[in-house]
Design a binder for this molecule. Structure first.
Ligand code: UDP
Length: 346
């Protein structure tokens, strides 16, 4: 019997990392978490153990700590790395750009340096549809020109370029760049989900907090966009589908596939009002809202052409907006305060 491949998940205790942990474990891999818990909660580890019924391998520490990363990779004979660790709040990146350049670029740099000292040259990177800026047309294909409107987006773009340069320097590197659209929803168990610190920036966690009574109403930023109902349109994708995309990416690279950059979305846009209505239907709770001014930097519409991921990875999204809302609601209503107040032993 061959040993299950060990996969290092930097930022593996976060929203996308934790769901990917479960998907990898269920696909027969041995996921190993490295997380500094700066924007995640140790309590997620208990939940992961409950879902997977197996011990959770986790090292607390920073991806910027080259020695630690190298030792961890050697100790677990890591076959591939998925690099989730990074800051992601657009507004904060504008206010504190150096925090973002330091963490997101410094983290990637240190990780690549640590990997260089191991036999592992296989890396999946969490990129974002933000690299498309304001797209000239829709749906967005991977060859659209890239741009950025804030330091967060800039870090994603530069990380993509860093990977291109290391591939160029040494063809042994195999990288999978996943450009996420709008991840949402939660594991159907209701045990893990999105747990933003402070005021949520993203739509779905804000909606769920309104529905559970933590916030009085939703601000809908803009009602006069050139979209069917005037509100912003995005490609919302269930976190379970996104997690599966990582499994497909790792499997392809470990089987020897060439490096790739793919959109990870459902290939369909939903407006803010579509989300509000679908959520009300799924939860049975009203979501009061008020229209507010457009949010600076927002684009009217953004949705993927998701056909390349289907072609290259044989992956496509299967969950509907209704399922995203139902699962987001199960998580939020079972855990009104997220992971807070949960004992954190594993
Ligand atoms: N949005 C909103 N109210 C909120 C948060 C977001 O109306 O409290 C809108 C936002 O203007 C955009 C959509 O919801 O049209 C998705 O925003 P999110 O921040 O979740 O994703 P992104 O804009 O990064 O794609």
């Amino acid at each position: 019997m061959t040993h299950p491949a060990s996969i290092l998940l930097t930022g593996g205790a976060g929203y996308i990392g934790s769901h990917t942990f479960v998907a990898l474990a269920q696909a027969g891999f041995t996921p190993v978490i490295l997380d500094d818990f700066s924007t995640s909660n140790r309590a997620v580890l208990n939940r992961l153990q409950r879902i997977t019924s197996q011990p959770v391998l986790c090292q607390q520490g920073s991806v910027a700590d080259r020695v630690l990363v190298h030792d961890l990779m050697q100790r677990h004979s890591i076959a591939a790395v998925i690099h989730f660790a990074g800051f992601k709040a657009v507004g904060e990146s504008v206010a504190q750009p150096l925090k973002y350049y330091d963490n997101n670029l410094g983290g990637m740099m240190a990780l690549l340096r640590a990997m260089e000292r191991t036999p592992c040259r296989t890396l999946v990177f969490s990129s974002s549809a933000t690299v498309y800026g304001d797209p000239a047309s829709l749906p967005i294909t991977e060859n659209f020109p890239r741009s950025h409107t804030n330091p967060y987006g800039h870090t994603k773009l530069v990380c993509e370029d860093m990977l291109a340069a290391v591939r160029e320097s040494n063809p042994a590197w195999r990288t999978g760049v996943l450009r996420y659209f709008n991840p949402t929803g939660a594991h159907p168990s209701g045990l893990i989900g999105e747990d933003p610190t402070g005021l949520p920036n993203n739509l779905m966690p804000y909606v769920t907090q309104v529905a559970v009574g933590k916030r009085p109403f939703l601000n809908i930023y803009g009602q006069d966009y050139a979209t069917p109902d005037g509100t912003g349109v995005r490609d919302y994708i269930h976190i379970q589908d996104l997690a599966q995309a990582h499994v497909a990416a790792v499997q392809a690279l470990l089987k020897g596939a060439d490096s790739f950059t793919v959109n990870v979305g459902i290939g369909q846009g939903h407006s803010v009002l579509d989300v509000v209505r679908a959520f009300e239907q799924a939860s049975g709770k009203p979501v009061p809202y008020r229209f507010a001014a457009r949010r600076a930097g927002d684009v009217a519409q953004c949705y993927a052409d998701a056909s390349l991921a289907k072609r290259l990875l044989n992956w496509h999204a299967t969950h509907t907006l209704a399922a995203m809302c139902a699962d987001a609601w199960r998580w939020q209503s079972n855990n009104p305060d997220g992971y807070a107040n949960e004992p954190a032993s594993v």
